[in-house]
Design a protein around this ligand. Structure first.
Ligand code: TYM
Length: 347
């Protein structure tokens, strides 16, 4: 019997490293929510990834629950889909080890995110940070996931996951065929990098990505910010002296304007063209006022719901526990088959 994989499955992850921001929300979480209607989805709080940089243990627990709360408050339904934290499914670490032995050092050396995160003191970075993309490939492929919604910054890691899947399928072609799989064992996962806000930039520098780790809180809007804080951050966002253009071509070479228009478009679920039809030739002060109002309308209810959920950590832990059990049920047979294919004896 030939075995084929026809079903689509969505997988994505978010690190519990604090300060979930507008970039995470627009680049990833809103896409997660949208994909629920048509796909089976797994959304993972990737605590194993988080510890590639030292995390205070109490903060890690808090942040894991907070990302879970953000998923639920944003509209992900943990009863129809799966929300879980990575360390509860040991298959992630086991498959990552196998992938450490499939991926080439030369591939990892090309990863720009490692270079950025390790900085100048590369010798002092954890070994985990270096092999991080192999763990990310394991996250996805442990579930035979076919589609992975992410922001632009994860594109290179997704390409590596595809390379790992391809090399595994080639290296083990003989035992994969013997196991009856047609067209390879691991699917080549498709990145889904869509919408007007796949790379949200810092509010203070249109050439720098909005990031959890930026020292200044004024560079980002956090999901837990209140309406006044959101308004203040948007009012103080860097802009240029010209009014807004009426067509997208006029945003070229104006990174701060482009960023704010992209944020507006994503929050309003439209595109840059439509935003500029409404705000072309408007001053930034007028545009920022509308943007602050829109951002608060979208984000404040999420922040409020997150705080309500965080008041009951036992309930959040139940969601993660239930999600982990259901994730195990998908992962375990795939991991078992992977072990057979590689040549490990199982009892
Ligand atoms: P992380 O935790 O850094 O970010 C979570 C998601 O948010 C997106 N994102 C952004 N999108 C637009 N603009 C921004 N400024 C911005 N900043 C972050 C990220 O692209 C990501 O989609 N390695 C991943 C987590 C991960 C993962 C996975 C993702 C681990 N395993 C498997 C997909 C599949 C990360 O560090 O994301």
């Amino acid at each position: 019997m030939q075995k084929t994989r026809t079903k689509t499955r969505v997988f994505s992850g978010v690190q519990p490293t604090g300060n979930l921001h507008l970039g995470n929300y627009l680049g990833a979480v809103t896409r997660f929510v949208a994909l629920q209607a048509e796909h089976d989805c797994l959304y993972c709080v990737v605590d194993l990834h988080a510890i590639t940089v030292f995390q205070d243990p109490d903060e890690l627990k808090y942040n894991t629950r907070e990302v879970t709360a953000a998923f639920i408050a944003s509209g992900i339904d943990p009863t129809r889909h799966i929300i879980f934290n990575q360390s509860q499914v040991s298959g992630h670490a086991e498959l990552a080890w196998i992938f450490n032995c499939v991926a080439r050092v030369g591939w990892l050396n090309r990863m720009t995110q490692f270079k950025e995160k390790a900085g100048k003191d590369r010798e002092n970075a954890s070994a985990g940070l270096y092999v991080y993309p192999n763990l990310m490939a394991a996250d996805i492929l442990l579930y035979h996931a076919t589609h992975v919604p992410v922001g632009e910054d994860q594109k290179q890691h997704l390409e590596l996951a595809r390379d790992i899947a391809q090399k595994f399928n080639n290296d083990f072609a003989r035992t994969i065929a013997r196991a009856g799989y047609d067209g390879g064992f691991f699917p080549l996962p498709e990145p889904l990098i869509t919408g007007p806000a796949t790379r949200v930039m810092s509010l203070r520098d249109g050439l720098k990505k909005m990031s959890k780790s930026d020292e200044s809180d004024m560079t980002r809007i956090n999901l837990t910010d209140d309406a006044d804080t959101i308004a203040k951050k948007i009012r103080k966002a860097k802009t240029d002296p010209e009014p807004l253009p009426s067509e997208t071509k006029g945003l070229e070479g104006r990174p701060e304007a482009d960023n704010l228009v992209g944020i507006y478009a994503a929050l309003a679920e439209t595109d840059r063209e439509a935003v500029l039809r409404d705000f072309g030739n408007a001053s930034f002060s007028k545009f920022k006022e509308s943007l602050a109002e829109l951002a608060a309308t979208r984000l404040v209810p999420i922040g409020t719901e997150m705080k309500r959920l965080m008041a009951d950590p036992v309930e959040i832990d139940c969601v993660l526990d239930d999600g982990a059990k259901r994730a195990h049920a998908i992962a375990d047979p795939i991991l078992a088959m992977t072990k057979d294919i590689v040549g490990f004896i199982r009892s």
